[in-house]
Design a protein. Structure first.
Length: 368
């Protein structure tokens, strides 16, 4: 029942279902338009991520790193750096849900700033998630839709990651170095055998994403592993995200059969730059996952869509699911005004969006 309730209250899924049902009055979806490679890849990714979450790998890393922080700047840098790295492998959602409560517990204990550090953790998770094909679910769609090779994907993501990290480092220079007691390491143990097996499955999944093997096999292995470790892991999977992908495939299959709408969307993505801005802007109102699927069906400018969809995750609360989780997690664990946090978080998010939009535009124009 909890799984069904979580699915039913997912706002993005609700919107997806609504527009999908409306589209069914104009056309009937074509089975061939549903990208099952993307669906199975996302399902495998979500399963593996939840196994890692169950094994508390990220919790242990967070406590180990923060045990060496002796001032506020170092603490913020360590948490943000871990958010970037964790976002690469575990995705921005799990990263935000895990690291933000850990930081806020320390912040409340020693009366440390909360708004800027939490915002940076969320931003770091988004930046890290953009680096890998599985960090963001829409990256998996891009790899599948355009048959992107590993080399080509990292040619896009490495410059974006480097420039984003340089910008974040500049931000850290303005954070004071208030001394704090070093944190005690919590007695959390990693179960090494299932962790190593999960990592092997993760590597197996990597080959599936890039079609070296059929993605169905990593999915089956991941599910079997989750059931073997603890069947309740399967209850934690974000099934709403899978349904959102499916709904948008159906919706786009329908609107592809309506000439007027097809012509309108084509007019919006007629060039690389227009595709880039269409992706960023549409992400602000419909989130970057469905935005990527929509724009991706009507353009061949893969790099522009990659940059636009990942940068579009900044800005509004709905820009990415991770943004909404940051707000939700802060509301549950933060001790400062929720209104104050939302206002300052929004300002910093849109500042980040503007800066990274310029960065992305430069990467496209100069072919870096």
């Amino acid at each position: 029942m909890t799984v069904l309730k979580n699915i039913a209250k997912d706002r993005i899924l609700q919107i997806t279902v609504l527009i999908t049902v409306i589209s069914l009055f104009f056309a009937r979806p074509r089975f061939a338009d549903i990208n099952f490679h993307t669906l199975w890849s996302v399902a495998a990714m979500l399963t593996i991520i939840q196994i890692y979450a169950y094994l508390h790998v990220l919790d242990v890393l967070a406590y180990k790193l923060t045990s060496i922080a002796d001032n506020t700047r170092k603490l913020n840098m360590l948490f943000t750096a871990l958010a970037v790295i964790a976002g690469m492998f575990l995705g921005n959602d799990i990263t935000a849900l895990t690291l933000i409560p850990l930081y806020l517990n320390i912040a409340k204990r020693y009366k440390l700033p909360q708004i800027l550090p939490v915002t940076l953790i969320g931003m770091g998770a988004n930046i890290g998630a953009a680096f890998t094909p599985w960090g963001n679910p829409h990256n998996i769609f891009l790899v599948s839709r355009y048959n992107v090779s590993p080399l080509k994907f990292f040619e896009w993501s490495v410059p974006y990651l480097i420039l984003s990290l340089i910008i974040m480092l500049l931000v850290f220079l303005f954070i004071s170095k208030k001394e704090i007691p070093t944190q005690k390491t919590e007695p959390i143990r990693i179960s090494w055998r299932p962790t190593i097996i999960t990592t092997v499955v993760f590597i197996f999944f990597f080959f599936g994403v890039f079609r070296a093997i059929d993605i169905i096999w990593p999915l089956i292995v991941a599910i079997v592993l989750a059931l073997a470790i603890n069947p309740r892991i399967m209850l934690k999977i974000d099934y709403a995200l899978l349904l959102t992908f499916t709904g948008f495939f159906i919706f786009i299959s329908d609107i592809q059969q309506i000439p007027a709408i097809v012509n309108l969307i084509h007019d919006m993505v007629y060039s690389e730059i227009s595709t880039y801005f269409a992706s960023i802007i549409s992400s602000q109102v419909m989130s970057n996952v469905p935005s990527t699927i929509l724009v991706g069906k009507f353009t061949n400018y893969a790099q522009a869509l990659f940059l636009g969809s990942n940068i579009g995750g900044f800005g509004s609360a709905i820009g990415s699911m991770a943004n909404m989780l940051v707000l939700k997690t802060f509301n549950q664990h933060g001790s400062v005004s929720k209104k104050k946090f939302f206002i300052q978080w929004t300002i910093m998010q849109f500042a980040g969006l503007i800066i990274l939009t310029i960065v992305g535009l430069g990467l496209l124009i100069f072919r870096i």
